[in-house]
Design a protein around this ligand. Structure first.
Ligand SMILES: C[S@@+](CC[C@H](N)C(=O)[O-])C[C@H]1O[C@@H](n2cnc3c(N)ncnc32)[C@H](O)[C@@H]1O
Length: 272
């Protein structure tokens, strides 16, 4: 089953503004895995569910060619508008039907996206397009245990953020639950014997209160809430921002705090 949750122009521009680029820690784990399993040369990487291209651009310096693919034309348009990466091409398309010959791809990545794919069709396609010993890397973060830091009020900020996530939770779809479950089912279904899941990659990201609210806006569950009740959804964000600022004792939403989140990565290498 294909999900179409990220189609609108406004949602895509929120993605471009507020989504985090995956941290170097995760990128290094992926590139080291590829070096260990397949080695050089790094010719072609394909970033599936690329959204507005944050992870695609991260891969660009390490490959001769990178292709970002997303089911949403609006996301791809936003990604194309970012200049300065001549070895990246973006295409509208799906992870279940890839426009590459058999055995032609060194690395397939999907950042916060694999949980949206049709599992069996995606895995069959990955097995077809990867080169022998080519790798897939499905990276994501979990929000369940995210922590906020600002002076000595981190715990209170966590509490406020948790309350907001609880209000949004009825709007989370089944795939979002799978991503918070660290892609357990998808991991089990990968047919390659050589696979591993790296967990506990904790990173601290500096983020302003404004940008944390923007990041929250990019969530599919927020967008689902907004479709149901636009006013209530916007009010929830405004209320949460106000509570954060009061607790922090500041007035500017550009005040920076730290968001500590756990990334994980499912890695697998196609047999020779
Ligand atoms: C949560 S967003 C992640 C975007 C980006 N990779 C990031 O890290 O910010 C998931 C993306 O996957 C795309 N997507 C969902 N199902 C897809 C499919 N079957 N094939 C390709 N892209 C898909 C959506 O359009 C969306 O842009």
């Amino acid at each position: 089953m294909a999900y179409r949750m990220f189609e609108g122009k406004e949602h895509a521009s929120i993605y471009q503004m507020y989504r985090f680029t995956p941290p170097d820690e995760v990128k290094n784990i992926i590139l080291q895995y590829l070096d260990k399993k397949k080695g050089q040369p790094h010719v072609l990487a394909v970033d599936l569910g690329c959204g507005t291209g944050q992870n695609t651009r991260l891969m660009a310096p390490h490959f001769q060619q990178v292709v970002g693919i997303d089911i949403s034309e609006c996301q791809v348009e936003e990604a194309r508008a970012v200049p300065g990466h001549p070895n990246i091409t973006y295409r509208q398309g799906t992870a279940e039907d890839l426009p590459f010959p058999d055995g032609s791809v060194d690395l397939l990545t999907a950042a916060s996206a694999a949980h949206w794919f049709d599992q069996s069709r995606f895995l069959a396609e990955a097995g077809r397009v990867l080169k022998p010993r080519g790798c897939m890397a499905l990276l994501c973060f979990t929000l369940d245990n995210a922590r906020l830091h600002y002076q000595d009020c981190g715990e209170q900020l966590d509490h406020i953020y948790k309350e907001m996530k609880q209000e949004l939770s009825p709007y989370a779809s089944t795939p979002v639950a799978a991503s918070q479950n660290k892609l357990e089912d998808l991991y089990s279904a990968i047919p390659f014997p050589d696979k591993e899941r790296v967990e506990g990659i904790w990173v601290k990201l500096p983020v302003s209160v404004r940008n944390l609210m923007g990041f929250t806006k990019s969530f599919s569950m927020f967008q689902a809430y907004k479709r149901k009740d636009p006013q209530m959804a916007e009010d929830l964000l405004l209320k949460t921002q106000k509570r954060f600022l009061e607790k922090m004792g500041v007035t500017s939403p550009d005040t920076k705090m730290e968001l500590e989140i756990e990334y994980y990565c499912v890695l697998a290498s196609k047999p020779q």
